[in-house]
Design a protein. Structure first.
Length: 567
């Protein structure tokens, strides 16, 4: 009988089993010496990824254009792992120089506090890795079927409202898992968030492991520990993390995180399909519950965790720490600057580093909302820092449209994306600012170029997902609308409303929705609540330009769809 054809999942699992590419940096150096043509296919599809390296463009690294005599030049994206978003001015300058010299002047801050370089050729990769290592940075584990960058509050250690500074825990988890050969071969990517921030700015609700600091009283003394959530994730079947009945003590965090990672690693059922290999599918398709998952953790630990303590869920819409914020340290402030759609120039990185040295203590932080923070700025220096940031195109105060907009990498560099997102995000926010020059309400507008939801459109007030549709006889960029997503107290997955339109019609569709909101809202009502009390049919009609009678009473709305249809 003929042998059955190897599936994609089987092929990837075989390749990962055959080689841990973290042990083969010498091969990358050899590829750089011999040129792109020397790279085997399995490196392009599998082995570069745990090094934080992806092909860009068509999947082979080819991105239009030409590299001498009309020959297309292959390029890579290199993602820099930045645990908790913690950076020094020296590291920021190094990234700026690498972007200038090897990345065509492009750098992106991601929603996981990484920084990505683009247009990097194989000949440059060894130098990029070596120079990053020389300043204490790494790309190890920034991509691939491994534990991704550990996210945390960018104001850790300085936020006057934080429950505790969890950055040491983040760095300890990073040391435990990043580059650890025991955890090289996971079923898929694995995401962890730890925060002591009362706003939960690193989004524990959508991580595989979400640890949020909380306190309890024991024998008259307060003890700081963590609430525990598992199996959050977005993509094509969005799933908010499940809270377990557990209080994780400070010294239990590493063993608990390790136990959960081992559960994920040992789940053979998750290795059968690349599309269903995330931890959330244990809950969505394999019958796991909060109780059975906690039992599995405790079985690996060898002891029971204490029951969960009450916690206060955040209600604040924005989790970005933009603007000027007093620190817990007297007379010092943090300043959060907007990096529109996360794309930043080398010159802007250098200015941020220089300001951190001149007016602070040389520390810069990347945020999960794709922005930058300067910390430990003296009160008298705040106006000067704001002025210089504004002059550099890194405004401290922006419109609600710019502040609330997140965009994934898009088709410019990502082979999975159907639409261009970065420059489109700038164009879209500019159109909305023109349409609503005095708009003051909070708005989270997330743009993603494909169903994988790297732009997190499922948790936005208005989330748009890239599509292609035919208009005037040709295929054009288009977007599909989802509305009403949120996290925290009002956590819910956005509803697909069945409306899509060409990309150039999106501003007017959003304008129609916001106009209806302003006309029909209740006093002080946020947009998410307005959306929740209107039917999907009404919202679709509003987006399309039809007329509806705005709801006067609440309507029941399913918060979390088990699957997403009609997209």
């Amino acid at each position: 009988m003929p042998e059955s054809k190897e599936t994609k999942a089987q092929r990837v699992e075989r390749l990962k089993h055959d080689k841990n590419s973290w042990e083969h940096l010498d091969q990358i150096r050899e590829f750089a010496r011999l040129g792109h043509e020397s790279i085997p296919h399995q490196w392009l599809t599998t082995y570069f990824r745990p090094w934080g390296i992806y092909t860009q463009g068509d999947g082979k690294g080819v991105v239009g254009g030409s590299g001498g005599e009309g020959k297309a030049v292959p390029y890579f994206m290199v993602r820099i792992r930045v645990p908790n978003g913690l950076l020094t001015s020296e590291q920021v300058r190094t990234i700026a120089s690498l972007s200038s010299e090897h990345g065509n002047g492009v750098a992106d801050i991601t929603v996981r506090q990484n920084i990505q370089l683009h247009w990097v050729r194989i000949e440059s990769i060894p130098e990029v890795l070596d120079r990053l290592r020389s300043v204490g940075l790494s790309t190890t584990g920034a991509c691939g079927d491994v534990t991704r960058n550990i996210t945390g509050c960018p104001l850790a250690g300085v936020d006057s409202r934080e429950i505790t500074d969890v950055s040491p825990i983040v760095l300890a988890i990073d040391k435990e898992l990043a580059g650890n050969p025991e955890f090289y071969n996971l079923p898929r990517k694995f995401k962890i968030s730890v925060t002591g921030c009362p706003e939960w700015c690193s989004y524990p609700e959508i991580n595989d492991i979400g640890l949020t600091a909380t306190g309890r009283l024991r024998q008259g003394r307060e003890e700081i520990g963590f609430s525990l959530r598992v199996a959050g994730g977005l993509s094509t079947q969005p799933h908010l993390a499940v809270r377990l009945d557990a209080f994780v003590q400070w010294n239990q965090v590493i063993p608990v995180v390790r136990a959960i990672t081992e559960i994920f690693r040992s789940s053979d059922a998750l290795r059968q399909s690349r599309e269903r290999a995330r931890l959330k599918y244990l809950f969505l398709e394999h019958g796991w519950t909060a109780e059975s998952f906690l039992t599995a953790i405790e079985g690996r630990l060898g002891y029971a965790l204490d029951p969960a303590e009450p916690e206060e869920l955040p209600s604040h819409v924005h989790r970005d720490h933009l603007g000027v914020t007093p620190q817990k340290q007297p007379s010092l402030f943090s300043i959060g600057a907007t990096v529109t759609r996360g794309r930043i120039k080398p010159s802007q990185l250098r200015i941020a580093a220089d300001l951190a040295d001149r007016y602070g203590d040389g520390h810069v932080r990347a945020t999960p909302m794709q922005n930058l923070l300067l910390i430990n700025i003296g009160g008298l220096a705040v106006p000067a820092v704001i002025a210089e940031l504004n002059a550099a195109g890194l405004p401290v105060l922006t419109s609600p449209f710019v502040r609330g907009t997140v965009a994934c990498t898009g088709s410019e560099f990502c082979k999975l994306a159907l639409t261009e997102t970065k420059s489109y995000a700038r164009w879209l926010t500019e159109r909305l600012e023109e349409r609503f020059p005095n708009y003051q309400d909070d708005l989270r507008l997330h743009i993603t170029g494909c169903p994988n939801s790297c732009g997190q459109h499922w948790i936005a007030d208005i989330g748009i997902e890239g599509k292609k549709i035919k208009a005037n006889g040709k295929m054009v960029d288009a977007y599909y609308f989802c509305v009403g997503g949120s996290v925290g107290q009002f956590a819910s997955i956005a509803r697909p409303v069945g409306y899509r339109c060409p990309a150039d019609e999106v501003p007017e569709a959003i304008a129609r929705l916001l106009s209806a909101f302003r006309a029909g809202r209740r006093p002080a009502e946020p947009l998410q609540h307005f959306l929740a009390r209107h039917s999907t049919e009404n919202l679709r009609t509003i987006l399309a330009g039809g007329t509806v009678e705005l709801a006067e009473r609440d309507l029941p709305v399913a918060a979390t769809p088990r699957s997403v249809e009609d997209r």
